[in-house]
Design a protein around this ligand. Structure first.
Ligand code: CMC
Length: 379
């Protein structure tokens, strides 16, 4: 029998050296390449933040202009990819459509030689540029509408909004979407990033790497939590029900969606920024009842779970913001993917720099030297 110590969920087990981002879970600090995420969310834009994550440093003005230009020129998707999206069931979750489309992109843009830096960079650009187009196209198609072509004159956030609704966002709404993309762009060694790195370690092509990461993000314990938060708030219905609902959840050991984190033992700094952004959106769009419910829930749960370090995470407020912008619930996790692709790709490039295939150990608890009884002799 093996004597290796098992750490369920690989808790506290380092799986790679990484210079992409840093979390201090006790002090609510998240940095991308050393820069606080709050600063990036207010001062930067998604394009610049992506460059920072990928390259390690902030771009010069020319580098940013070139990078932005490349992204704008690779937003369109092949008509066959649109055909593929049209052939998927309209009731299917957009995350599955996104995963399928990204896997298929590996056939449209062969990139099997991952030792080729130029080809890798082209894949990086295509993936960041095309994910919003795929998500918006599937959303239109499932409602019987033709996809809206991307516009080169809009930035990443503004163009995504345009392709969804065929209208330009107000500057305030554009800023909120942009900031949400920045806040979700990277988060150290989380499940989907690890999944992407494991797939990348086999030298699989980048589209396969990203489709693996997208699949991992779909789960309700990870990216899927933002949808579940709204379901939960819908179930609670009124502020008067919050306390009893929380008591019942705690008594019955129910996981409260949008709360808790493996690393943060205080409120997730991204949740704090999102709350400020939410207030900006509500100044325009009106304050939804779900926000007041969420604030009350945070207060009640601080009394009950705060001492255990179970506090709101990024997903607690993100869905409320998206809903206020008129974005359908099942697009919340795809938006997470549109943002996180920058982080996944940064980790993929980092993995390739010093690659060794992931091949962990197991603690075997099964039988050994079992006897094979021929079928005829079995009852
Ligand atoms: N509600 C109630 N209790 C909780 C919660 C929660 N949301 N999260 C953790 N706990 C309790 C858990 O029951 C356990 O208690 P005990 O020690 O008494 O058994 C203890 O805290 C440790 O929890 P865990 O599940 O072992 O912690 P983990 O690090 O394995 O899981 C987590 C982290 C995020 C999966 C978990 O907190 C959770 O399921 N949260 C709800 C889902 C969610 O909001 N996910 C989004 C995460 S942030 C965005 C992202 O990364 O995708």
């Amino acid at each position: 029998m093996s004597q290796i110590e098992l750490r369920p969920g690989l808790a506290d087990v380092p799986v790679a050296e990484s210079a992409v981002s840093y979390i201090d879970g006790k002090n609510a600090r998240l940095e991308y390449r050393g820069i606080a995420v709050e600063t990036l969310a207010t001062e930067s834009c998604f394009e610049e933040t992506s460059y920072l994550l990928l390259k390690g440093d902030l771009p010069t003005q020319k580098q940013l202009a070139d990078f932005d230009d490349q992204l704008r020129h690779h937003r369109r998707i092949k008509f066959r990819l649109v055909d593929l999206l049209k052939s998927l069931p309209e009731t299917g979750h957009p995350m599955y459509a996104l995963q399928a489309a990204v896997a298929a992109m590996g056939m449209f843009y062969p990139a099997r030689d991952v030792t080729n830096a130029q080809s890798n960079w082209e894949s990086v650009i295509r993936l960041i540029a095309k994910l919003p187009t795929v998500v918006a196209a599937f959303h239109r198609i499932r409602h019987g509408d033709e996809p809206i072509k991307p516009r080169d004159d809009l930035d990443h956030a503004g163009n995504f909004f345009w392709m969804l609704f065929e209208k330009e966002p107000s500057p305030a709404v554009r800023k909120v979407i942009d900031a949400c993309l920045i806040l979700h762009a990277e988060h150290t060694m989380n499940a989907s990033t690890f999944s992407g790195r494991v797939t990348g370690s086999t030298l699989a092509n980048p589209y396969t790497v990203i489709s693996a990461a997208i699949g991992t993000l779909t789960g309700p314990l990870h990216g899927g939590a933002n949808e579940e938060v709204l379901d939960m708030l819908g179930e609670i219905q009124t502020i008067g029900n919050v306390r009893a609902w929380c008591d019942d959840a705690i008594t019955n050991k129910k996981k409260i969606m949008g709360f808790g984190h493996r690393v943060y033992k205080v409120k997730d700094p991204r949740a704090t920024v999102l709350q400020t952004l939410a207030e900006c959106v509500f100044a325009d769009a009106g304050r939804p009842a779900s926000y007041d419910l969420a604030v009350e829930m945070e207060k009640v749960l601080a009394e009950k779970l705060g001492s255990k370090g179970i506090c709101p995470n990024v997903d607690f407020y993100s869905g409320i913001v998206y809903k206020a912008l008129g974005i359908p619930m099942d697009l919340f996790t795809p938006i997470f993917a549109i943002a996180r692709v920058a982080g996944w790709l940064s980790h993929w490039l980092e993995q390739l720099q010093n690659n060794r295939i992931y091949r962990p150990e197991q603690v075997y608890v099964g039988k050994t030297s079992a006897v094979y009884v021929p079928l005829a002799k079995r009852p």
